[in-house]
Design a protein around this ligand. Sequence first.
Ligand SMILES: C[S@@+](CC[C@H](N)C(=O)[O-])C[C@H]1O[C@@H](n2cnc3c(N)ncnc32)[C@H](O)[C@@H]1O
Length: 431
Amino acid sequence: MVQSILTLNKKPGRGTERPAGFEKMLRSDQAAGYRRFSRFWVQHLASDKMPVTTGELFSMKRFTCIDLFCGCGGFSLGVERAGFTVLAAIDFNQEAIAVFRRNFPDVPQVLQRDLTKFPPRELAKLIITNEVDVIVGGPPCQGFSTVRQRDGANNGPRMVEDIRRHLYLEFLRYVGFFRPKVFVMENVLGIRSAAGGKYFAKVQKEARAKGYRVHPQIEKAFALGVPQKRQRQLIIGTRLDLPEYFRSELEPAPRATRQPSLGEAIGDLPAVRAGSGEEETDYDMERRKAHIAKYGRRYLYETLEVRRAAKLTAHRARPHSERDLRDFARLREGEHCAEAMKRGEIFEFPYDKKTFKDRYTRQHRNEPCSTIVAHLSKDGLMFIHPTQTRSLTPREAARVQSFPDWFAFPIARTHQFRVIGIAVPPLKVKP
Ligand SMILES: C[S@@+](CC[C@H](N)C(=O)[O-])C[C@H]1O[C@@H](n2cnc3c(N)ncnc32)[C@H](O)[C@@H]1O
């Protein structure tokens, strides 16, 4: 996604404008960036006594990026794979930062900071530059969620003040300071309608005032090879002094599987019962063989990179009450509780059966999974396994989010669910 905006090598796709001289302009801009950036690496690499010449550094130079509200690093992983160098990542959540550090040992600055209290000039001191090519980030989205719009907390006269709705300002503060060529902000679709569209309009207006062309774009994860129904709002800004160049449609990554199903993403994993499974265990190679015979190896090998993972981790199912397990068993594959009630099933759960129509949902193997969300850390009722009587494990959720199997989540299970649930699927950005 980001790469498509900054790409130098690809031919423009349909619906793109690429004026004469575009490559040349970007290249000269890049070359200046290379020289500045080389100085940065010389200082860092010198301490490791690495034999790197300026010429080598020049050829190694890649676009630089910072990731704000980075979570465990879904966005960063995609951005790194697109060929960018992540200079810094910031989030105030301790567990998210622990996971980020574990998986990105080469990112120079991974900071646990409250972005409302950490000004960009402090970051500039740490990364020894105030020039960055790209800023990406996903300010929290709860303040815009459509669920909360329906209950009135995010819309209408009963709207509750939520400071998280203003965190986009911190993002734009960084944009204003570093003046990247491009920024990409991800949020839920609800931002379009929250408070009658006020915030959606404000983000764009303020970014334009900072000297950016702004493209709001809806992106559908499924079409980009992620096995879930997720749709998100991107707000993409390109600096006004750069030539206009924008892909009107995001394209799936070359290694993405065409519209993979949930079964394709998780069907090789060993069966586990509710409340069981190991934090680290062996793969079941017989099961993998049978899985590949059915679905092929593309999602497993190309997206999940199973060959890079020595062990299977985070495949531990949460426990459920006996009552919940009996209710799970009442659901057919792909069905939610309102549908099952229509065909005469009687559920024991005590929640309002009219309001919580899809509160209990059994996912279907042959379809994309429901959108993985942070609520997964509270309960897994909307994410019941297609054929086993339990909810999805963190590893299964991570696979649905397109995290490779080597990506480690060395934190408690509830936190695993949370950081996975709020992440940007890496495959969406770039394989
Ligand atoms: C939607 S998630 C971002 C996920 C991330 N882009 C990824 O791909 O994994 C929002 C993140 O913002 C962080 N956050 C919320 N308020 C913050 C603040 N004031 N300062 C820093 N981080 C904050 C949360 O901890 C959460 O990890």
